[in-house]
Write a protein that binds this ligand. Structure first.
Ligand code: SF4
Length: 347
């Protein structure tokens, strides 16, 4: 008896990757899911914030949940360290925001290919649909990504396969092409109908992107960071993590202030105090604010005044701001900033 065919699926946990996995399982293919942690995944970040807040609703990794529902193993692969080069020097440029989607897919597929070889699998599949996303899901781009990741002919897109040239798994008869789909474009209807047909009833609703890099305001902060750092490779990773949290103000050429927006963010910021200045308003409900350690006198006043603006201190009333640096606390009396005066500093 011939050995069972094995495939590696790129699983986000969304409906498309679940349906692709289900189509493979229904053809008797043995599958292992992989999910890549780039460090920019929205649900990972939400999980971190919730861990630090009163909201204890469980938010599990969606890829793991999908694997558990459809009964196949899913491995999470951390590529966050090497991903920085992809993000700062994308060969194929950025999408609408700071999303280097083509380079990102090449990176993921190249790593998935290694995983395929390590696990004696024969091919890779994804839930991609041709024409669904502007940057990576056009035919030519898909061909480019497959070529650059060394997966030509071995990358199967079960939801769009009949719109694409036959792949090796189809030509060799490992999968039956006639049972694959020919979905095209942005409409979700065919996927929803297929989910009903296959009785895939629980799946996450599309949340407008899974990745911070497609978020307009996050992209603005990242570009601001790139502009103010000559050497992108030397940017501490903590600074990148902090871009996801709070309100950001550029208060000087080399100085930035981050002000927490809620309890979860305040607790999150507390963990990043080391090597920074932290600010809190005394005697009133106050956010936690963090700034770079080497502020000028003017920048310190400005940081204190902006922190006071987001505290419960009434406008026009003097606030006492406690400023902590290396375990030493000083106090500064300031008036809360006037919103219109600081709007231009918002990043
Ligand atoms: S949206 Fe984010 S995770 Fe998805 S391909 Fe683009 S950069 Fe990569």
């Amino acid at each position: 008896m011939s050995a069972k065919i094995k495939a590696i699926g790129l699983i986000s946990g969304g409906l498309d990757s679940m349906l692709a996995a289900r189509l493979m399982l229904d053809q008797g293919i043995d599958i292992i899911g992989v999910n890549f942690n780039t460090g920019f995944c929205l649900t990972d970040h939400k999980r971190q914030i919730r861990k630090n807040s009163a909201d204890k609703t469980r938010l599990q990794n969606e890829a793991l949940q999908a694997g558990a529902k459809l009964e196949f193993p899913v491995e999470i692969i951390d590529i966050s360290e090497e991903y920085w080069q992809v993000l700062t020097k994308p060969k194929y440029g950025y999408g609408k925001n700071i999303n280097p989607c083509i380079d990102c897919r090449i990176k993921m597929f190249s790593r998935a290919k290694e995983f395929m070889i390590e696990n004696d699998a024969q091919f890779i599949f994804t839930g991609e649909v041709v024409g669904q996303r502007p940057m990576t899901q056009h035919k030519q781009t898909q061909e480019l990504i497959a070529k650059k990741s060394g997966l030509e002919g071995l990358l199967l897109r079960p939801l769009s396969a009949r719109n694409l040239p036959p792949t090796i798994p189809e030509l060799k008869g490992w999968v039956d092409r006639d049972k694959l789909k020919a979905f095209y474009g942005r409409t979700r209807k065919p996927q929803i109908n297929l989910a009903q047909e296959l009785n895939v009833i629980e799946y996450p609703q599309p949340a407008g992107g899974c990745c911070f890099l497609t978020d307009e305001s996050y992209a603005k902060r990242m570009r601001d960071m790139f502009r103010h750092n000559m050497d992108l490779d030397s940017i501490p990773r903590d600074e990148v993590i902090l871009l996801k949290v709070g309100r950001h103000f550029r208060i000087g050429e080399k100085a930035k202030l981050i002000v927490g927006r809620n309890e979860g963010e305040n607790n999150f910021l507390e963990r990043y105090k080391k090597g920074k200045i932290s600010l809190e308003v005394r005697d009133y409900g106050s956010p936690v604010a963090l700034a770079d350690a080497n502020l000028s006198e003017y920048e310190t006043m400005l940081a204190a005044s902006i922190t006071a603006r987001y505290s419960d201190c009434p406008p026009g009333k003097e606030a006492i701001v406690q400023i902590e640096k290396d375990g030493t606390v000083n106090e500064l009396d300031v008036l809360p900033a006037v919103p219109e005066d600081i709007e231009t500093m918002r990043v």
